[in-house]
Design a protein. Structure first.
Length: 214
């Protein structure tokens, strides 16, 4: 069964708490939180204080996607803030620091994830596959919601499904996912689907959750 991870980046920030509660009422079990630093990606979003406040008011699975330069500097704060999954970009630091960040996340009782940008091949994350609980394949360039789905990422997704060594590891996609593209991703091996603009813009969000998770 697939899991929907609604991206709160597309929520209404003046009604954030309400949107979180409504997301749960609509049947979602996960919440995707995009953290951007204006360096690794040309956009800014939330910090760890935000995750901490979210943790206080929800028991949804917090699926935190770090789009920040040298994430090792902040993984401890994001773990302590209450992330359930904490995912770092393979492109954001040296292999030594990436490994150290994954180990740090694990040691703090949080599930580590690794993510690849569209131009990064699957092989780049091969060394980390035995160590993570989530692999994320970007289907847009990270930084902004509302971009067009890159269908040419599907061979990489399919390849990663065959490369996973941990049987409990999730394979997630992020970017341009709607009810149509979600089916393409599922057919190519994804089991967690992030959706921001399509989910928060849907007329019937509960039906959206049901269709993705069917
Ligand atoms: C993009 C973010 C996504 C974004 C997805 O950098 O990682 O999580 O919120 O938004 P949509 O679903 O609108 O493409
Ligand atoms: Zn994301």
């Amino acid at each position: 069964m697939a899991i929907l991870s609604p991206s709160i980046l597309s929520a209404d920030y003046m009604h954030f708490h309400e949107d979180m509660d409504r997301t749960k009422a609509d049947g979602a079990k996960w919440l995707h939180v995009d953290i951007m630093d204006g360096q690794f990606v040309p956009n800014l979003s939330f910090g760890y204080a935000w995750v901490k406040s979210m943790r206080k008011i929800t028991d949804l699975v917090l699926d935190v996607h770090l789009m920040i330069d040298r994430p090792i500097r902040y993984v401890e704060e994001f773990c302590k803030a209450g992330s359930d999954y904490l995912t770092i970009h393979v492109e954001s630091d040296t292999p030594e620091n990436t490994l150290a960040a994954i180990e740090k996340i694990r040691s703090l009782g949080v599930k580590p994830g690794i993510v690849v940008k569209p131009n990064t091949p699957a092989e780049a994350i091969e060394p980390y596959l035995p160590l993570v609980d989530l692999v994320l394949v970007m289907t847009v360039e990270p930084g902004f919601g509302g971009q067009k789905f890159m269908e040419h990422m599907m061979p990489k997704l399919k390849q990663l499904r065959t490369m996973l060594v941990n049987p409990n590891c999730h394979l997630e996609v992020d970017g341009g996912v709607d009810l149509t593209t979600a089916e393409i991703c599922k057919a190519n091996g994804a089991n967690v689907l992030v959706a921001g603009s399509a989910f928060y813009g849907a007329a019937d969000r509960a039906a959206f959750v049901r269709q993705i998770e069917a």
